[in-house]
Design a protein around this ligand. Structure first.
Ligand code: SF4
Length: 318
């Protein structure tokens, strides 16, 4: 990849003291790990609408679909202000080329889900979304979004990182104004990655590419992109990875010796039984693919969908 990966982020997660109490919520994984691979585009909606730091804290009140953003003690309504700001800021973000956004959980401005919305009796309903996050999702429905709290779960973290890097590859590919043959190459390189997420999407995209002649180059690429991005939102599982690993072994079966095949079968079975991490069969497969120069498999994005420093395939699945 040549272009920087730009991710939006709730500014307080970077350690900047912009919270209502003058504090921050620095997130070590985001700053110290993900931050080495992406360019952050920080946004603090509350500071950017002119509320100072420290400031009176806000909460969502009213109905779930149309909550108001209200200061807790003095009852000032900042909804209109926030909506106008969101419209303007999202237009700016549209020109930045974002590949995703990491939001601060529970915030009435930034929280993506389970944000409290208080009814007129002061009772909270925990199914709300922060006003800025809501507007963001409506403007950029295809972009990967997550909250920092959910990224503590390794399977959700893996899914988010895979989506961000997948989105970036897709974006770069689009910018090359590809023809049908480039589209087929892109699909071929992503076959096993797609299969590890969703067989349904994998098959649908295969059919689309096979009927490329029916579409204009732009029409084909756009249709492909919608399904490609959606496919990566489906979580990869141990069962799906095992299926992919066995497919790859099938490609190698005429090349490998009997003892190499046995060695692979044992490590894949250990992975299926959650005794070893995914990286164990992958390392062995990569070794054989390199040794026997199997170009088709060597080019599969599945083996390196994101930088290995994330170590997202190095834990034994639970
Ligand atoms: S949660 Fe959002 S609005 Fe609140 S301090 Fe962080 S960036 Fe600002």
């Amino acid at each position: 990849m040549n272009m920087p990966i730009r991710l939006g982020i709730s500014r307080c997660l970077l350690g900047e003291p912009v919270r209502f109490d003058g504090g921050h919520k620095r997130d070590a994984f985001l700053v110290d790990m993900l931050g080495r691979h992406v360019e952050w585009v920080p946004v603090c909606p509350e500071v950017e609408i002119g509320l100072g730091t420290p400031r009176e804290s806000l909460r969502l009140e009213g109905s779930l679909p149309f909550p108001r953003l209200i200061t807790i003690n003095t009852g000032h309504d900042h909804t209109q202000h926030m909506e106008a700001f969101s419209k303007r800021r999202l237009q700016e973000l549209n020109s930045v080329g974002l590949c995703g956004f990491v939001f601060k959980k529970n915030s009435p401005s930034c929280g993506l889900e389970r944000v409290r919305v208080y009814n007129r009796h002061g009772m909270p309903n925990r199914n709300g979304t922060g006003l800025f996050a809501q507007a963001f999702r409506q403007s950029f429905p295809l972009l990967p979004v997550e909250e920092e709290g959910r990224l503590l779960d390794l399977s959700l973290r893996e899914n988010f990182i895979a989506r961000v890097f997948g989105y970036q590859r897709w974006r770069e590919f689009m910018l090359t104004e590809p023809d049908a043959s480039a589209m087929i190459q892109f699909h071929t390189r992503h076959k096993y990655l797609l299969l590890s997420h969703s067989r349904k999407h994998y098959e649908r995209l295969g059919r689309l590419v096979a009927s490329a002649a029916r579409y204009t180059p732009t029409g084909l690429v756009v249709r492909y992109g919608l399904d490609f991005v959606e496919a990566l939102t489906v979580k990869a599982t141990v069962r799906k990875h095992t299926d992919v690993l066995q497919h790859i072994v099938g490609h190698l079966k005429e090349i490998l010796t009997a003892s190499e095949r046995t060695e692979l079968a044992v490590v894949i079975e250990d992975y299926r039984n959650r005794l070893v991490p995914l990286v164990a069969p992958l390392v062995l497969l990569k070794h054989f693919i390199e040794s026997y120069h199997v170009t088709y498999l060597k080019d599969q994005v599945y083996f390196d969908p994101y930088p290995k420093e994330f170590m997202l395939r190095s834990h034994v699945p639970s």
